[in-house]
Design a protein around this ligand. Structure first.
Ligand SMILES: Nc1nc2c(ncn2[C@@H]2O[C@H](COP(=O)(O)OP(=O)(O)OP(=O)(O)O)[C@@H](O)[C@H]2O)c(=O)[nH]1
Ligand SMILES: [Mg+2]
Length: 375
């Protein structure tokens, strides 16, 4: 986080979510980092930012309407992922009447991922996209709504989902699929909770300002695309805090881009490159081990950590597992003086994030005092 209008004594401190905080040093290093970054999506960086916007910013105004389209696309994408997963597992719908709904959903052209840059650009982007294509997204959703409900309610689809086999579905998708009628209503306006659950992939580096108590923070949120990384370089100077968000629930998932790479293992590699990067040696890291709600659910459902992390021999229990993850992340750091502050987070939970953001604020203020020599 950064404080351009912070008290004169406080050094400006930048905080950026996960992969932005690296400087491209040479081509090989850049490629290594970029490879890691390309795979680093969906950990919850933008969700953290949305929470800060709700808690300390002006909340959602104009975007609320825009999120309606995104959320409907999210629901459509999710049910199609589930249909594809059924095909992959050679599962068929339990009720034959649902077969035509299943076929119809698969026949739709992939709605693709929603993307956004930030605030104004986001609106412009959507406005520009008010082409026949985009305008018809709502119509497609409304037409597909009965099929979505039918397939989501089919026991075979539910069984697959409950067993955790639909690994490509977004973490928040089930809550949208549970409420298709609400989403399809003419007057549907997304709530804050809907917006927190919405999945919009970030491209580029986006800057946001918030005033938390006496300090105005500048927060930089980043997307993972390789083509965007040269845009990060100007942000590396004067960086004194990084929020690194890793989804610990992803221990049983593999990268979309490279199905041979475990997502959590990949996050560890990226964390290693950030901790030990020569331009960030004195930069403190606030580590969010995120999606603990999903992690708890997976462990309770019997997904075993030891099946994915072979050296793990402890109980398949949340406390033990998170201690192990903490150890894994901390052991990536080779810089003796580096300070790493850990939080176990559920980024879509505003109540929890209110407490965590407040703790982060205290940490950053303490860092500012330290950097300015007052502590
Ligand atoms: N259940 C659950 N879902 C979460 C949590 N944090 C984030 N999500 C969801 O995960 C999805 C991805 O979150 P984002 O914040 O967009 O991820 P990101 O790190 O910004 O991803 P990129 O922009 O692609 O780099 C969204 O649908 C969020 O609602 C969490 O703690 N629990
Ligand atoms: Mg993002």
């Amino acid at each position: 986080m950064s404080s351009p209008s912070a008290p004169a004594t406080a050094k400006n401190a930048y905080s950026r979510a996960l992969p932005t905080h690296i400087s491209v040093v040479d081509e090989r290093e850049a490629k290594r980092i970029s490879n890691a970054i390309d795979r680093a999506g969906e950990s919850g960086k933008t969700t953290v930012l949305k929470q800060i916007k709700i808690i300390h910013g002006e909340g959602f105004n104009v975007e609320r309407e825009e999120y309606r389209k995104i959320i409907r696309l999210n629901a459509l994408t999710a049910i199609r992922e589930l249909c594809l997963c059924m095909l992959q597992h050679k599962a068929t719908v339990t009720f034959p009447i649902n077969q035509e709904h299943f076929d119809y959903l698969l026949s739709l052209e992939g709605p693709g991922e929603s993307t956004f840059m930030n605030g104004k650009k986001f609106s412009n982007l959507l406005r520009r996209r008010q082409s026949a294509d985009d305008a018809s997204a709502d119509a497609i959703f409304n037409h597909a709504a009965p099929s979505i409900k039918a397939v989501w309610g089919d026991p075979a689809a539910q069984e697959l989902f409950q067993r955790g086999l639909a690994k490509n579905m977004q973490d928040s998708a089930a809550s949208f699929l549970d409420e298709i009628d609400r989403l399809a209503a003419d007057k549907y306006t997304p709530t804050d909770v809907d917006i927190l659950r919405a999945r919009v992939r970030t491209f580029g580096v986006t800057e946001h300002q918030f005033k938390i108590e006496l300090v105005t923070y500048r927060i930089f949120d980043v997307g993972g695309q390789r083509s965007q990384r040269q845009g990060w370089a100007p942000y590396f100077d004067d960086c004194s805090a990084i929020i690194f968000v890793a989804a610990v629930s992803s221990f049983d998932q593999y990268l979309r881009e490279d199905p041979s790479v475990n997502r959590l293992y990949d996050a560890l590699q990226l964390f290693e490159s950030i901790c030990n990067h020569r331009l960030l040696r004195s930069t403190s890291i606030i580590l969010f081990l995120n999606k603990i709600d999903v992690l708890k659910r997976k462990l309770a459902n019997g997904t075993r950590l030891s099946s994915y992390f072979k050296d793990y021999t402890g109980p398949n229990d949340y406390q033990y597992v998170t201690s192990y993850f903490q150890h894994l992340f901390f052991s990536q750091n080779k810089v003796p003086q580096k300070e790493i502050y850990l939080h176990l987070t559920h980024a879509t939970d505003t109540r929890q994030m209110r407490v965590i953001v407040s703790a982060v604020n205290v940490i950053v203020q303490r860092m500012n005092l330290k950097n300015s020599g007052l502590m």
